[in-house]
Design a protein around this ligand. Sequence first.
Ligand code: FE2
Ligand code: FE2
Length: 206
Amino acid sequence: MTDASLDEKFPLERMRRRILKVNHAGECGAIAIYGAQSWFAFVWDGELKTFLSEARRHEIGHRDRFRRAMRERGVSPCPGTALWVAGGCILGLVSVCGGKRGVYACTAAVERAVHGHLDEQIEFLAGRDDALMDVIGEIRIEEAVHMHEGEAGYNPNCQTAKGFTGFVSVVVEALIWLATFGDSQRLRRALPPTEPSRCTGRGSVT
Ligand SMILES: [Fe+2]
Ligand SMILES: [Fe+2]
């Protein structure tokens, strides 16, 4: 699809609003996931405790950066943000049932799904809203750290982990689809194909 037809199909104003709303709501959900997992910090070892508190601190920073970008562009938060928070708490608690590996598997599944969308948003925003593209690009670096830590913390060949991460991916993708009124999926289809990545199916992961 050419740039002109992409602009016609995905007007910047609408896309920017949807990207900001879904990303901000997603960060609120991520804070809730790491927060719920941290309630059980007393049972985790030092490494996982440190990971959870660092990741939560990052997500709070991401939420605040997206909120600032929203104010600058006159965009209000997604009305369904409370649902993302509730869903994040539930998902965090469910993952705790799988112990340390459940926590890491949950992180890997959520961050993998998020990462794919961030790649596409960056690709779309390039030359259209470079300031927002830079914000997402910087946040993406920390999300990649979470994703890699998550992936290193569980066995991807375990059938239970496969089922759990598959379920989490479907839920996250569905939420993103709903929050963007389907634009997330349409944009994925419209963007030119890039070199497949083991994590996202799109561009490379740093
Ligand atoms: Fe984040
Ligand atoms: Fe993250």
